[in-house]
Design a protein around this ligand. Structure first.
Ligand SMILES: Nc1ncnc2c1ncn2[C@@H]1O[C@H](COP(=O)(O)OP(=O)(O)OP(=O)(O)O)[C@@H](O)[C@H]1O
Length: 391
């Protein structure tokens, strides 16, 4: 029981190596800590339990204990605090000895803003101010598009038919290529880029030491597309593969009539089969309770809770493991409570009650995260937030 938090603000400065250690010893937490030479100054908050709402522990020890690689995807409605929660989780994992990568798949990136450092450019960049390895990546669709083109190479249908001696029949099909075929029906390059990165993290030896991969996902719609994309690809690739087999069979028949050597199946490029296999791998990872967890982030409003409930239903349908729900931006109790604040708090308490009665959400571990009186920017602030949420 008891998890709403009271934050009393006291300004201080200290010459300690770690403002967090000193703050902890004094019974405070710190936010907006700044380092000036050997001095650290910042704002300290005292955090103590107040209200009598359901327990909000995230069981971070569980999240930490597994040594094998785990993927954490944080998602929810726009603006609820997904990036702040994802960034704070990544900092916390790294601070507890897990080499971590945090990836933004949201086309409207805010990782750089959240960490208050430049993490743009579509490449993995080390996050400054964290003791153990923490890399960040804002996936840039344009850069990824080129990368995907390079990976898929020239798969034009005309070339394929040429290689079978059927170039003269290619006609209109000549302009068609695999990338266009997939893009035409595909939900979006952002999701493809994200999947492609997951594959790289899974397969490339240089990333093997990273045991935690945290995804700051785009608002709900995009995220659901991301998760169902491997299935979409799987079915598209199956169709294309069938089409290729039919063309090959027709070519063989055609050539044998004219006395040419029959085309062997193994002459066909097998990249599509490989792509299908890799997509299956991603799909399995997203659905494996041992490798992946999707954490839903929400705020205490009826609209956000309803969307979270729908999100959980969709994730359940996709068999994506979900155990935790963060309710962010809960108004803390204050000694000089204004009427507006007490009304809002009452409403928020009512909404928390709705979660407990929601069939989709009631079974999830509820994590309560207070609304702070400062924007969460920079590693010290993220550490502060992480200590409130991930415990
Ligand atoms: N608990 C909190 N207390 C105070 N400010 C918060 C809290 N959580 C998030 N914020 C602030 O709210 C803003 C939006 O947060 P954030 O970018 O993490 O949300 P998001 O869900 O990732 O947004 P988007 O959907 O636009 O990507 C930021 O300015 C962030 O600092």
């Amino acid at each position: 029981m008891a998890a709403l938090l009271l934050l009393n603000r006291v300004s201080r400065s200290t010459s300690s190596n770690s403002i967090h250690r000193v703050a902890g010893a004094l019974g405070f937490n710190s936010l907006n800590a700044q380092i000036h030479g050997d001095r650290i100054s910042g704002t300290l908050f005292r955090v103590r339990p107040l209200a009598t709402l359901a327990e909000g522990a995230s069981r971070f020890d569980e999240m930490l204990s597994v040594n094998q690689r785990k993927f954490y995807l944080l998602g929810g409605k726009g603006g609820v605090g997904k990036t702040s929660c994802a960034a704070s989780l990544a900092v916390k994992f790294a601070s507890h000895g897990h080499p971590t990568i945090v990836v933004s798949t949201d086309p409207a990136h805010s990782l750089s803003d959240s960490f208050s450092q430049d993490l743009s450019g579509g490449v993995l960049k080390p996050v400054q101010g964290v003791d153990s390895p923490l890399l960040a990546l804002e996936i840039t669709p344009e850069i990824m598009k080129d990368e995907i083109k390079r990976q898929t190479g020239d798969k034009s249908v005309k070339n394929m038919m040429d290689s079978m001696g059927l170039g003269m029949f290619a006609g209109e099909l000549g302009d068609l290529n695999l990338e266009d075929m997939l893009n035409a029906a595909s939900p979006g390059i952002d999701e493809i880029a994200a999947i492609s990165k997951v594959l790289q993290f899974m397969e490339a030896p240089e990333y093997s030491r990273f045991t935690r991969i945290v995804f700051d996902t785009a608002p709900t719609g995009h995220t659901l597309r991301l998760l169902s994309l491997p299935d979409f690809y799987d079915s598209s690739i199956s169709k294309i593969t069938k089409l290729k087999k039919k063309i090959t069979a027709a070519a063989s028949a055609f050539k044998s009539v004219f006395g040419k050597k029959e085309i062997q199946q193994q002459e066909l490029p097998n990249e599509l089969d490989q792509l299908k296999e890799r997509m299956e791998k991603v799909r399995n990872v997203f659905r494996d309770v041992n490798t992946t967890e999707f954490v839903i982030v929400t705020i205490p409003t009826v609209m956000a809770i309803n969307e979270s409930s729908r999100l959980h239903a969709s994730l359940r349908k996709e068999n994506v493991p979900v155990h935790r729900l963060i309710v962010n931006q809960l108004l803390p109790q204050s000694e000089s409570d204004c009427k507006f604040c007490s009304m809002r708090r009452k409403e928020q308490t009512r909404v928390l009650g709705l979660i407990q009665n929601d069939t989709e959400l009631s079974g999830l571990k509820l994590i309560q995260s207070p609304l702070l009186d400062a924007e969460i920017r920079g590693v010290p602030a993220l550490k502060f937030m992480g200590d409130l949420i991930w415990k």
